[in-house]
Ligand binder design. Structure first.
Ligand code: NAD
Length: 255
């Protein structure tokens, strides 16, 4: 088991890639705290792990609210005794996002609060626990859109993910000497509710994106979670400050 004896806190653990990460990490021996605003699917993830003899806890919390993040970290450590892996995965991609010139301030603020402030808060309260554990791994989920421009803009989302990458590098150099590695994953388009709920429901938008992916298909949650598993495990002991692009080649595609 690749994560034996480790404790992982996974935000956005109720759906999509976070859900699969919770199940996968538990199967690999980790005790998992799945944190999400969505209570019912979150409880289901914890129950599914328990049915497979894994150890998991669901915590309902909004990553954009400091009191809730503080409480989620505290409950994780109370229950499992320590924290080794902080997997900052929660994110939103609202349909109302767009170009800065016609983007509502409220949408900008909402996206920044969840996608970027959420990581700041989870790190603020999680890093002291990683230090107490003697080190650990921070995995931040960015996006390929932070690496290339897009003529169909989602500017709040893109800017938030650019911030995730910059923050990851700062964390890597600050806390690397103390045994904490911080890395970002930049996924390409992955078929999860985040995309299928609206963007990929439009056949033209779907085909347009598919045409850009050299591997000829959208990503699957496991494509990303396998990278996260590597980053969470000791196999990646010398990987720090990196942005791991897992995108079927979309960001390498000039034509
Ligand atoms: P998803 O919508 O299936 O899951 C996201 C989860 O985050 C949901 O369970 C949701 O309830 C939770 N969440 C939302 N706001 C929250 C909050 N304030 N506090 C706590 N939890 C909250 O999406 P996904 O595709 O699995 O996304 C996971 C991460 O991957 C996100 O950060 C997303 O931006 C990123 N990402 C996704 C894609 C993609 O194509 N799906 C591509 C690049 C990056």
């Amino acid at each position: 088991m690749r994560l034996r004896d480790k404790v992982a806190l996974i935000t956005g653990g109720a759906s999509g890639m976070g859900r699969l990460a919770a199940l996968t990490f538990a199967r690999e021996g980790a005790r998992v705290a799945a944190v999400d605003v969505a209570a019912r699917p979150g409880e289901e993830v914890a129950s599914e792990i328990a049915r497979s003899n894994g150890q998991a806890l669901f915590i309902k919390a909004d990553v954009g609210r400091e009191d809730e993040v503080r409480g989620a970290v505290r409950r994780t450590v109370e229950r499992f005794g320590r924290l080794d892996i902080l997997y900052n995965n929660a994110g939103i991609f609202p349909e109302r996002d767009g170009s800065v010139v016609d983007l509502d301030e409220a949408v900008w603020d909402q996206v920044m609060t969840v996608n970027l402030k959420g990581i700041y808060l989870c790190c603020k309260h999680g890093i002291p626990e990683l230090l107490r554990a003697g080190g650990g791994s921070i995995i931040n989920i960015a996006s390929f859109v932070a690496l290339v421009g897009c003529t169909v803009p989602q500017d709040a989302y893109t800017a938030s993910k650019g911030g995730v990458i910059a923050l990851t590098k700062s964390l890597a150099v600050q806390f690397g000497p103390k045994g904490i590695r911080a890395n970002a994953i930049a996924p390409g388009p992955v078929e999860t509710p985040l995309l299928t709920s609206w963007l990929l429901a439009n056949p033209d938008a779907k085909q347009r994106r598919l045409d850009r992916i050299p591997m000829g298909r959208f990503g699957r949650p496991e494509d990303i979670v396998q990278m996260a598993l590597y980053l969470a495990s000791d196999e990646s002991a010398w990987v720090n400050g990196s942005v791991l692009v897992v995108d079927g080649g979309i960001t390498s595609n000039y034509f």
